[in-house]
Design a protein around this ligand. Structure first.
Ligand SMILES: *Cc1c(COP(=O)(O)O)cnc(C)c1O
Length: 404
């Protein structure tokens, strides 16, 4: 096995090592699931207590104006904008990722109402496929689902919308964002990206893209059930139509006018009153990225995934690495196939190494560059090797609960 000291040295040379202290990760726990639920930033509980005690408890309804509640979704978006590489004022938080996909895809479809096809790929997250299929049914379009490698060839003059998830939640395969966006634009299609497994782990080049959505509780550490976010390019701010007209997107919400008149701007994608406590947690959590460049995150993420792949190749030959070997083709998690994936992961979790499983046979390990230590990789592989050598997985603890 590669020596532990190699990983200790990598930690010593890690220019992002300072950010680890911005999080509470329980002592002794090797947490490799920040791609599913980011850990708690240390300063968030204090901020949440203040919002509850002072803003809600004392200031009450005055907080909408006095404490910035009305603009909070937009303030979260402005903190996200540099992480996504887009201008402030073009991102806003709200709803869930599924709802955000639905709204963006429906708005995109209506920008190209003259064309029939919404194009996506079979590796997309199932909820995205469900939402896109709803859009196709309700807005008179055809949902075309192709293999991930066939997307470029499938874009044509019938394509109204291309909607893809940048990094595959199972395999970690990453689409060529710039190349596909260019092809979609050249064909006159509207390009919508889902950045759920990207934002917070890498730099992004959305130039030319029309819209994007993403998840708040993964690499962004916004907390369980944190609101999602939506980006809309400024060129559409006065023209796109939200499929659900609601008062938070009204030009004058407090005029209480009987007719809907959409506001110009990113607020147009909003619907109704936002969950202020969750938005406050998300807003505060994003301070953990202060002073961190997305390019630095990407460099460290590449190194983390490469080092992990090397370790697995050397020490865990019974596992098949399904994540692309070329760093340009992968995101920030690595998936290993094994017929006993479920029992092995349950045993590993019992040994305080937390990853997760995805059907049919994948063990998934996420490496969040903001706080991950390199020694965590060594610890995970060491404990996994021990479990395999001793057949401990045969006595795996019973599965508990509905969530994998
Ligand atoms: C995590 C994730 C979601 C989650 O959707 P919710 O509506 O927030 O539950 C959706 N799409 C992708 C691609 C994801 O990775």
């Amino acid at each position: 096995m590669i020596d532990r000291s190699h990983f200790e040295k990598l930690d010593q040379g890690d220019s992002l090592a300072f950010a680890r202290d911005r999080f509470r990760v329980p002592e002794g726990l090797v947490y490799l699931d920040g791609n599913s639920l980011g850990p708690l930033p240390t300063h968030v509980p204090g901020r949440l207590a203040q919002v509850a005690e002072v803003e809600w408890g004392q200031d009450l309804i005055r907080s909408w104006n006095a404490n910035g509640w009305w603009e909070l979704a937009r303030a979260v978006g402005d903190r996200l904008a540099p992480l996504i590489g887009v201008p402030a004022g073009s991102v806003i938080a709200g709803d869930t990722t599924t709802v955000a996909v639905y709204k963006a895809a429906a708005a995109a479809r209506r920008l190209r109402a003259d064309r029939a096809v919404i194009l996506t790929d079979s590796g997309n997250f199932p909820t995205d496929l469900y939402a896109l299929s709803s859009v196709a049914q309700q807005f008179d379009a055809i949902l075309k689902v192709v293999e991930p490698g066939e997307v470029l060839g499938a874009i044509g003059d019938h394509t109204a919308v291309v909607c893809l998830t940048h990094v595959d939640y199972r395999t970690g395969r990453r689409h060529d964002m710039a190349g596909i966006t260019r092809a979609a634009s050249a064909a006159g299609a509207v390009m919508v990206w889902d950045l759920s497994h990207s934002t917070g782990a890498m730099d992004l080049d959305l130039s030319g893209a029309d819209m994007a959505v993403g998840c708040g509780y993964k690499y962004l550490n916004g907390g369980p059930g944190a609101p999602a976010f939506t980006y809309v390019h400024e060129r559409h701010h006065e023209s796109f139509a939200n499929p659900i007209a609601g008062w938070w997107a009204h030009a004058e919400p407090f005029a209480m006018a009987p007719a809907f008149l959409a506001v110009n701007g990113i607020e147009r994608i909003q619907v109704g009153t936002q969950p202020i406590l969750s938005l406050a947690a998300f807003h505060s959590a994003l301070e953990a990225f202060d002073g961190v460049e997305p390019g630095d995150l990407r460099r460290k993420s590449e190194r983390l995934t490469s080092e992990f792949i090397d370790l697995v190749e050397a020490d865990l030959p019974e596992f098949e690495i399904v994540t692309p070997r070329n760093p340009d083709d992968r995101g920030s998690h690595v998936s290993l196939a094994h017929p006993e994936a479920n029992r092995i992961m349950r045993t590993l979790i019992a040994a305080d190494v937390i990853g997760d499983v995805r059907p049919p046979n994948l063990l998934r390990f996420g490496f969040a560059p903001l706080y991950q230590r390199f020694v965590d990789l060594w610890e995970a592989v060491d404990r996994l090797r021990h479990i395999m050598d001793n057949d401990h997985w045969r006595d795996a603890p019973d599965p508990r609960g509905a969530v994998t």
